[in-house]
Design a protein around this ligand. Structure first.
Ligand code: ADP
Length: 459
């Protein structure tokens, strides 16, 4: 609890950093300019500041934290002090294999090797900053979770506290980077806009740490048409892909941009595990606004998500019965957080969600009788009232692809050459995830590649 209060205090202190007068040129010069104040940007800023160089970090939102602050669970790391202490093993090789396999072997093995090799020291560094973790369980030895409190809030609070130690590091909130400045082929700063106007910040190097595309449905659809009309339930507002746009203007290469970690069951800033629509017997169904089923609910989450997105208003209702409610914590969570409806009969439920009652009853009856036009084999049952309906708006959870970088976090251009002066770290960077992300590797990559980018940008 103390940690949470400390975190909130630090985050409010972060609000007090203000934009700088655009007119004063000396004030707008730095050795390193960091764009984005989520996990990767803050770590890069701290690392660059450690070298004694002048660092400016710009964050377009009124507060630091980005999507890092809403990271709910923990970090993935291997061969750490916590594994030694608990006697529960998760080795570097386990970590490497798990990351590569989950990516369908599309991740860049050299970058993954760095991620894995540095994970134990990343966790030690977090401990130094006051973030204490523990192995979640023998069943999930890869997860290190906080001893107490909310993970993302603690992480960001710790980064801000550390950043505040460096007088050579200045943080400007409400300051959006618009485009990179290039002179003689070298990136030497960025044009930024704050409430007072637009001005240039000149620097010897720029680190892009602008996060993913989660709050930019058009851009997501551009890279993968299956996700057209995707919702934005699971993101903070700043994740609009600005770093990708800015880097493309200087000819940067992208990797794996078609891959997104989308969640079919999501609303009000949360997602619900797909087991509530896929467990044999104890699961529900999805219907559209017309009251009919349209997909095999047990298909891969991304397939289910794209099928929902094709329906009217790109939404669906999860329909389940009391047995499912009792069996799954996620059913209760969906009903509560997703502000679901509940009624004793299907007809009454249909009225509450504005669906034709006879159609919903016919859909459920034929499904309960085992009729399935979508080849669903793990059939749930919707038989015992009260019945529940929760609206779901499929949303993106993580942007897998991003800017191509080398082992020094330098951004690579379309001809395979380093773009001098330009670095990237965090979700804007590609190469670590391919077609699948190991949960918890993302806040690890903020630390590992944030440090690499910050240090090298300061050289
Ligand atoms: P990561 O985990 O990679 O650090 P986050 O989502 O936590 O990603 O943080 C990215 C941060 O970058 C967010 O706080 C977001 O508001 C900020 N950001 C995005 N685009 C810009 C921009 N053009 N100028 C300044 N800050 C930006």
């Amino acid at each position: 609890m103390k940690k949470i209060i400390l975190g909130l205090l630090l985050i409010s202190l972060a609000f007090m950093f203000t934009g700088c007068a655009p007119q004063d040129n000396k004030k707008n010069e730095a050795d390193v300019l960091i764009v984005g104040g989520g996990g990767a940007g803050l770590v890069a800023a701290i690392e660059a500041a450690k070298t004694g160089k002048k660092v400016i970090l710009v964050e377009k939102m009124p507060a630091l934290g980005g999507n890092t602050i809403i990271s709910a669970t923990g970090i993935t790391a291997s061969d750490t002090i916590y594994h030694q202490e608990s006697g529960i093993s998760f080795t570097k090789e386990d970590h490497f294999q798990r990351t590569m396999t989950t990516s369908k072997n599309l991740a860049n093995g050299d970058l993954v090797r760095i991620l894995v090799d540095e994970s134990a020291s990343a966790v030690l560094w977090l401990k130094e900053l006051g973030v204490n973790l523990k192995v979640r369980s023998e069943a999930e030895p890869f997860w290190l979770v906080p001893v107490e409190g909310h993970y993302g809030a603690q992480l960001v609070a710790a980064y801000i506290q550390e950043a505040n130690k460096y007088s050579n590091l200045e943080i400007r909130l409400n300051t959006k980077a618009n485009k990179l400045i290039v002179e003689n082929g070298v990136v030497v700063g960025a044009e930024v806009t704050n409430n007072d106007g637009t001005y240039n910040i000149k620097s010897k190097a720029v680190v892009l740490a602008t996060g993913g595309l989660n709050n930019n449905p058009e851009m997501i659809a551009y890279y993968n048409a299956k996700y057209a009309n995707i919702h934005t339930q699971m993101t903070t507002p700043g994740a609009t892909g600005d770093g990708i746009t800015m880097a493309l203007e200087v000819n940067a290469e992208l990797v794996d941009m078609e891959f997104f970690q989308v969640r079919p069951l999501s609303s009000n800033g949360n997602w619900y595990h797909e087991r509530i629509i896929s467990t044999e017997d104890l699961s529900g169904i999805l219907i559209n606004k017309e009251g009919v089923r349209f997909t095999n609910e047990t298909a891969a989450p991304r397939t289910v998500a794209s099928e929902i997105l094709k329906q009217s208003d790109a939404l669906a209702y999860i329909i389940f019965d009391q047995r499912v409610y009792d069996a799954h914590a996620d059913a209760k969570k969906a009903f509560t957080i997703g502000r679901g409806e509940k009624a004793d009969t299907l007809a009454a439920l249909a009225a509450l969600i504005g669906v034709d009652a006879a159609t919903l009853e016919a859909t459920v009856t034929s499904y309960n009788e085992g009729e399935d036009a979508f080849n669903r084999t793990a059939l749930g049952k919707v038989i015992e009232g009260p019945f529940y309906a929760v609206k779901t708006l499929p949303s993106n959870h993580y942007t897998m692809g991003g800017l191509k970088v080398n082992e020094l976090a330098q951004v690579i251009n379309k001809s395979g050459q380093v773009i001098p002066g330009l670095y990237a770290a965090g979700e804007v960077m590609g190469g670590l995830y391919g077609d699948g992300r190991v949960a918890g590797n993302n806040t690890l990559d903020d630390i590992v590649f944030g440090k690499i980018a910050g240090f090298n940008a300061a050289q």
